[in-house]
Design a protein around this ligand. Structure first.
Ligand code: CDV
Length: 310
């Protein structure tokens, strides 16, 4: 029996600064209903999906910074999303800025969760690769202040047995780093889901601008193939608060092929029926890690929560 997980990549168009979370959630619910009508088991939303991507601008006031974060999940505004998912019997992945109280202090992370078909949060991931800079650069056309607003994620890259598969998460800039995929690949991941907010313009290196869409696909296709896993990448796209962001949300097979892709920079659902066993022939041949990897030669040991998993 093939293990099919039908997934919907729920790209969002821009969310302007004045748009409320409730309005964003209503748009997400509309995409969730479309996903259900298309037979989806799981719907994947972008990074920091509930508001405009505030790390693009400098904020001094602590209370104003906190206003972009969720201190509970579900929150009042996201409760309807959880309720609708439970009613429809569909899982979802959601990225959001998280305000946590841990180790006796306030902490801020760029976080994503996996929610199963019963509406239960089964997994949480906190973004590890934070791009940008911590200092104010008032002369830049826009900034990327993730290093100011977030701490480096501290939950590693676990994988979860859920919805009939072995699923993992990463967030945006993580997708550019081979380690992100490989740590989950070493745990036999079958589908990695991720959201992104990627400006078309790269202020520190404008000569990269013409390659933005190419690099987006390049890294996800390579990560999928080299780890024999499905990859689902979902954008918040279009012109948001003065920053133009790429779309190109796509679903990539373990073969490395893009099997479905968004064609707009607006709210758009992209669907694929994903055979979770499709990666097996790669896991058992070219990328049979036990037979062919040489970690002792690389001089590198990968550790997660103290356990050697290389
Ligand atoms: N949100 C992100 O992580 N964005 C980065 C940009 C700033 C380069 C990305 O890798 O897409």
């Amino acid at each position: 029996m093939p293990r099919i997980l039908t997934v919907g990549a729920a790209q969002l168009g821009p969310i302007q600064r004045e748009e409320s979370r409730s309005s964003a959630v209503a748009r997400m619910i509309e995409l969730m209903r479309q996903a259900k009508a298309n037979g989806c088991d799981l719907v994947v939303y972008p990074e920091a999906a509930l508001t405009a991507f505030f790390p693009h601008w400098w904020i001094d006031d602590e209370a104003e910074i906190d206003s972009y974060f969720e201190s509970a999940m579900p929150s009042n505004e996201t409760a309807p999303l959880f309720a609708e998912a439970e009613r429809l019997g569909i899982g979802f992945h959601l990225g959001y800025p998280e305000l946590a109280f841990e180790d006796g202090r306030k902490r801020r992370f760029n976080t994503a969760i996996m929610v199963d078909k019963s509406g239960r949060i089964v997994g949480k991931y906190r973004k590890i690769h934070l791009p940008g800079h911590p200092e104010h650069r008032p002369d830049a056309v826009f900034q990327n202040l993730e290093k100011r607003y977030f701490e480096t994620g501290n939950l590693g890259w676990p994988v979860w047995e859920t919805m009939g598969g072995r699923l993992g998460m990463m967030i945006c800039n993580d997708r550019r780093w081979p380690e992100s995929y490989r740590v989950m690949g070493l745990q036999g991941v079958e589908m990695i889901v991720l959201g992104y907010n990627t400006p078309k313009h790269n202020p520190p290196a404008p000569d990269h601008d013409r390659l933005g869409n190419f690099h987006n696909q390049l890294v996800m296709q390579a990560g999928a193939y080299q780890n024999a896993t499905w990859v689902v990448g979902v954008a918040k796209a279009g012109l948001e608060a003065g920053v133009d962001q790429i779309g190109g949300s796509c679903i990539i097979a373990p073969t490395g092929e893009v099997v479905a892709q968004a064609v707009t920079e607006d709210d758009e659902l992209v669907v694929a029926r994903c055979d979770l066993d499709l990666g097996n022939s790669y896991k058992n041949s070219t990328f049979n890690f036990a037979k062919h990897r040489e970690p002792q030669t690389y001089g590198m040991i990968v550790e997660r929560k103290g356990a050697v998993i290389a």
